[in-house]
Design a protein around this ligand. Structure first.
Ligand SMILES: *Cc1c(COP(=O)(O)O)cnc(C)c1O
Length: 303
């Protein structure tokens, strides 16, 4: 009864493998999983074909498709198109399967629009919200759904209601912080102001990509990423080495393996962004530039 699992990242699931149900998984359309032999568009087409055949064959056993729209975060900051989303939503509708968007990372302006679903004509049935809902000032999360789902639980009989709340559901302080944060979106025209910041972050990463060993620049709105490679340093250590050097300069980043990304708060100033890239540039130069002989351990890894 308590078996559930939606991530496909072994680090998070391996320990519990015997307890978990073997839910269906479809290949991710994200660019970081695109085989070298395919273009990103071909990759997305193939992923859609797999999704379509799964839904066609097993839709009666499947209640919902859950996905992170436009960007997969913890998987390594991979991006894919709104076209994939649109087609996936259309398939869900065709086969009577609900679509759940996990917008915890993408919601509240991260991808350039208020929600990733704003890139789509067709809408999901459920949206998970958290992080940006309060601007991070207080913990607050929500699952938003359609009127028809709401109506399915609306009844004079208590047993029909959705009785699975949490002790602090609708916490008034959390709600106040969320409302205040949403007000700032309007008052300060946050989405509009972010456009210039987005361009600045992209330009910063473009500059960083001039270094050999920095590549695969990708991103959208206020989230951008590059991939680091080094012939002698393992992927797992590369991001850590850069993060340690950056931390010595007062910049805290959290790379995922060798995926170096920025997802800054929207109140970051141009000067602060410039400082971020000066620090990253120096850290990456130090970590990537050295030509080490085989078997050599990078000094920044010994700290
Ligand atoms: C952070 C994150 C979560 C976890 O959110 P909680 O509010 O802590 O449950 C889930 N999904 C995505 C995409 C996230 O980025």
């Amino acid at each position: 009864m308590y078996k559930r699992q939606i991530t496909d990242i072994p680090l998070f699931t391996k320990q519990y493998a015997p307890l978990l149900i073997n839910h269906k998984r479809v290949p991710s359309p994200a660019d970081i999983f695109c085989p070298v032999s395919l273009t990103q568009t071909e990759h997305e087409q193939q992923c859609l074909a797999t999704l379509e055949s799964l839904l066609a064959n097993e839709h009666e056993q499947i209640c919902a498709l859950i996905l992170e729209p436009l960007m997969q975060g913890a998987a390594g900051m991979g991006f894919y198109s709104a076209d994939y989303l649109e087609s996936a939503l259309a398939l869900c509708q065709r086969f009577g399967v609900h679509a759940i968007f996990d917008e915890i990372a993408t919601g509240f302006g991260r991808t350039g629009k208020l929600f990733a679903l704003d890139y789509c004509e067709v809408k999901p049935d459920f949206v998970c919200l958290s992080k940006g809902l309060t601007g991070g000032y207080l913990p607050m999360s929500a699952v938003v759904t359609t009127d028809s789902i709401y109506q399915a639980f609306l009844d004079t009989k208590l047993e029909r209601a959705f009785l699975h709340s949490h002790s602090y559901s609708g916490n008034p302080l959390g709600c106040a912080a969320a409302l205040a944060s949403l007000e700032v979106f309007d008052q300060d025209q946050v989405l509009k102001c972010n456009q210039a910041k987005s361009a600045r972050i992209e330009a910063g990463f473009e500059q960083l990509s001039q270094l050999s060993g920095v590549g695969s620049l990708r991103g959208l709105g206020m989230v951008w990423a590059v991939t680091l490679t080094h012939p002698q340093v393992s992927s797992a250590q590369l991001g850590l080495a850069v993060a340690k050097l950056a931390r010595d300069q007062g910049l805290m980043i959290r790379p995922i393996g060798n995926q170096l990304y920025l997802m800054p708060p929207y109140c970051i100033t141009d000067d602060q962004l410039d400082q971020v890239f000066i620090t990253l540039q120096q850290a990456c130069e130090t970590v990537l530039k050295q030509e080490a002989p085989a078997g050599y351990t990078h000094p920044s890894l010994l700290a």
